[in-house]
Design a protein around this ligand. Structure first.
Ligand SMILES: Nc1ncnc2c1ncn2[C@@H]1O[C@H](COP(=O)(O)OP(=O)(O)OP(=O)(O)O)[C@@H](O)[C@H]1O
Ligand SMILES: [Mg+2]
Length: 294
């Protein structure tokens, strides 16, 4: 379903070039729930940004359902993102001026879907995720867990091939974290969704079928869940512990930058706070422009 082949990505500062992703290759099968873990600064968010083509990369291919999307631009890319990908961002990225229901409808509005079908679908998906009663509320009026379930529901509206989630349980208490994981599991079992989730949270990752470990921009290894979830979580904690320099599990240090706080924060800011509305806006504009030209 999703395949990354020999992906390399550099950031440059002045004349200095910093390799961030080094020849990363991975494959996620249809209906698989995969987590990416690794120390802060190892390139997890950059990998997600490259896969969704929010940022360009130097080398490699991103194949979605067998098609290379890495050279797409404008409307073609907007359509792929709108129809085949669903995004769940760490800070939820719900639009404050829209109700829960309207937020969930957004991907279908961008895709110009018929209103009646869209509303029926949104109501069904709200029921599925237990947010039927808060559909008319605004994001400021709902809890963190409800926001997160709304974000997951929105990501599923266009039945994407792949859901890409960056630390979706990052700021949540354990109950809300479980609600998000349940929502993903539900999406996987009931809707056949493929989920690719970046996380620092071994508890969240222990529900996955497989965990890919990234270190210094390269794939360090992967762990496949076999049997007991608790044993898998212990295995993940051990692995992450061995990766961190000072012996503390990296899972305990979400968001700590490895080299420059400013830069790591900037990267988060760029992706979480600006990219989604900007991407939606651009995608809408691109799709609209093409429709006008027809
Ligand atoms: N826009 C940017 N310009 C320059 N360097 C960047 C930029 N974005 C990220 N970096 C650097 O690239 C490296 C990987 O960053 P990335 O955000 O992908 O890490 P991460 O694994 O997601 O970390 P965290 O767990 O803290 O979110 C870091 O060293 C970071 O400082
Ligand atoms: Mg990150």
């Amino acid at each position: 379903m999703l395949q990354v082949k020999h992906l390399s990505k550099n950031y440059s500062s002045g004349s200095q070039v910093y390799p961030v992703l080094k020849d990363v290759s991975l494959k996620v099968e249809k209906g698989e729930f995969v987590a990416v873990m690794g120390p802060s600064g190892s390139g997890k968010t950059t990998l997600l940004n490259c896969i969704s083509c929010f940022i360009p990369h130097e080398q490699g291919e991103i194949l979605l359902a067998g098609k290379d999307i890495s050279h797409l631009t404008g409307t073609a890319l907007a359509r792929v993102r709108n129809r085949q990908m669903g995004f769940v961002f760490q800070d939820f990225m719900l639009l404050d001026g829209l109700t829960v229901f309207e937020n969930i409808c957004l991907p279908q509005i961008i895709a110009h879907r018929p209103v009646v079908q869209m509303e029926e679908k949104a109501r069904n998906i709200c029921r599925l995720f237990g947010i039927g009663k808060i559909m008319e509320k605004y994001p400021a009026e709902i809890s963190g867990g409800e926001k997160q379930r709304t974000a997951v529901a929105r990501a599923l509206m266009n039945q994407p091939c792949v859901i890409l989630a960056d630390e979706p349980t990052g700021n949540l208490d354990s109950k809300s974290c479980k609600a998000v994981i349940d929502a993903f599991m539900q999406a996987k079992t009931e809707l056949g969704a493929t989920i690719f989730m970046v996380t620092h949270d071994s508890f969240a990752a222990s529900f996955c079928d497989r965990v890919i470990v990234l270190k210094d921009g390269a794939i360090y290894g992967e762990l496949r869940r076999q049997g007991d979830r608790r044993a898998f979580m212990d295995q993940l904690l051990d692995t992450i512990r061995t990766l961190s320099d000072d012996g503390r599990p990296a899972a305990m240090e979400p968001g700590l930058p490895c080299d420059s706080g400013e830069r790591a924060e900037g990267a988060h800011g760029m992706f979480h706070t600006a990219a989604l509305p900007a991407a939606y806006e651009n995608d809408t504009r691109n799709i609209r422009n093409e429709d006008t030209r027809r």
